[in-house]
Design a protein around this ligand. Structure first.
Ligand SMILES: [Zn+2]
Length: 502
């Protein structure tokens, strides 16, 4: 006899509906799973058998073959346990095979018969619904997450026995407790308010310009100047995520197991701040088995903040080039490549020197000039080439008044972004930071460009720096509602790149 049901496997964020087919034949008792199973699928055999026994259902003493198709698809992780159990028992005639065929099941089985939560339920259920499978059974601990997918009819399963019972089996549905989804370290809250940043007019302006034009930002200043405080407030002045982006961002966080489903879809641009001692896998993604998304992907559509950026290993900084260029990261695995989105706004913070005291006259700094030069030079090259804004952040004065709040700044950013979008959309761009150099030079007036050419002639600006300043000038003009950059916009753009060459 043959039993069938469906499940989903993920490669990266992409869910594929798989047909789980079980065949029970006469012969010596055996249990084989075919269809490119990896090591964790082999372990599934033991889990499935134990869970069925714990549910008070007899395991068929026959030759059982389970096939997961399409066979060409690499399959990973324990998410297909529940489907395998149902397909086998449908083939054995223990459960109603016709009703099982309509089901799509996700979940790992515990040896005690409980259904354990799995990662990535949101993208998996989204793929199921897109393929027309709207009736989904998921672990009870993931039910809140699965219901975030529009169009899904979700059933949360605490134990295998309940699922089998609902399909007509005579299973012992003992009162087992639900296995909760893993606790999330950080609960979601609104980003902190910009009003809490006192003084710092230059840095505040830089943050607003960065938000309006999608520009990457470097802040250099002594410890305690408030660089982290400023960076943490960038997501608050960025526009909220649209529906499609919110699902995508939530899916990445679901896959990383770092998401609180009770709070709904992630609507704020995320903020990720990996420490410089974090492993390369934690930052770019990877790890054994299922390749997990790293900080660059968790920061997708939001902000990646590297505090003390020169302290990061250069090989980690180098890996940021791919996502900065392509907006995604490709992780190469034994079974092929896994892609994750990784289009983030980069904010780098650095002390002016290793001891952090080289400010103003440099009094109190114990670093030699050579050590100082080498310190910031660790950031130079292709990475810094992509950072449009470089500002010095001085120590904050205590007497400074509280600044303007997040709401007012976010409103200006939204207006500037709308103006930029209207101009750039025909070219396929949405923010100034994406615009190409040749196009910008074509559409900018000769008078506005003249100031930049003079800076190039003086040797104060490189050709790349020219284009980057031009992008900034357009964002500045969007912020004050002008139609095209004037000379004073260009002058301010140059000031926002004062780190040039330093
Ligand atoms: Zn120093």
């Amino acid at each position: 006899m043959i039993g069938r049901c469906r499940s989903v496997v993920l490669t990266g964020l992409t869910g594929h509906v798989v047909e789980v087919e079980a065949h029970v034949a006469r012969g010596l008792p055996a249990f084989t799973i075919v269809g490119l199973p990896d090591a964790s699928l082999a372990e599934a055999k033991d889990r499935v058998r134990a869970a069925v026994a714990s549910s008070g259902v007899e395991w068929p003493r026959h030759r059982i073959t389970v096939n997961l198709s399409p066979a060409s698809l690499p399959k990973s992780g324990p998410g297909t346990d529940l489907a395998i159990a149902v397909a086998v028992l449908a083939a054995a005639g223990t459960v109603d095979a016709l009703r099982a065929r309509d089901l799509l099941l996700l979940g790992e089985l515990g040896l005690d018969g409980r259904v354990r939560p799995v990662r990535g339920v949101l993208p998996a259920v989204a793929a199921a619904v897109a393929a027309g499978c709207t009736r989904v059974v998921v672990p009870a601990g993931n039910a809140a997450e699965a219901t975030l997918v529009a169009g899904a009819r979700v059933e949360g399963a605490v134990a295998l026995a309940t699922v089998l019972g609902s399909l007509g089996a005579d299973a012992q549905a003992e009162s087992l407790e639900e296995v909760p989804a893993p606790a999330v370290a950080a609960t979601r809250s609104d980003p902190p308010d910009l009003a809490e940043v006192r003084g710092q007019p230059v840095a505040r302006r830089a943050l607003e310009v960065a938000a309006a034009g999608g520009h990457h930002l470097l802040m250099v200043g002594p410890p305690g100047a408030g660089k982290t405080m400023l960076a943490e407030r960038l997501p608050g002045i960025l526009p909220a995520l649209g529906d499609e982006e919110a699902v995508r961002v939530t899916a990445v966080h679901s896959l990383a197991g770092a998401f609180d489903a009770a709070a709904g879809l992630i609507r704020r641009p995320p903020f990720e701040a990996p420490h410089h001692t974090a492993s390369a896998a934690a930052i770019v993604g990877g790890g054994a088995g299922l390749a997990r998304p790293g900080a660059v992907s968790l920061a997708h559509a939001g902000v990646l903040f590297l505090d003390e950026a020169p302290e990061f290993p250069s090989r980690v900084l180098d890996t940021l080039r791919q996502p900065l260029e392509r907006g995604e990261i490709v992780l190469h695995r034994a079974h092929g490549a896994t892609r994750y989105p990784a289009r983030f706004q980069l904010v780098l913070a650095a002390n002016p020197c290793p001891c952090g005291m080289f400010v103003g006259t440099g009094e109190g700094c114990t670093c030699t000039p050579l050590v100082r030069r080498r310190y910031l030079a660790r950031l130079s090259g292709p990475l810094l080439d992509r950072v449009d804004i470089r500002v010095a952040v001085g120590a904050a004065a205590r007497a400074d008044e509280p600044g303007e709040g997040t709401e007012a700044v976010a409103a200006r950013v939204a207006e500037a972004r709308a103006a930029a979008r209207a101009r750039l959309a025909p070219e396929g761009w949405s923010v100034a930071a994406e615009a190409s150099g040749p196009w910008l030079r074509r559409v900018t007036s000769r008078a506005a460009c003249a100031g930049l050419w003079r800076a190039v002639d003086r040797g104060a600006l490189t050709a790349r720096g020219f284009d980057r300043s031009l992008r900034l000038a357009w964002t500045l003009c969007d912020l004050d509602g002008s139609g095209s950059p004037a000379v004073h916009h260009v002058a301010e753009a140059l000031a926002l790149r004062q780190g040039e060459g330093a």
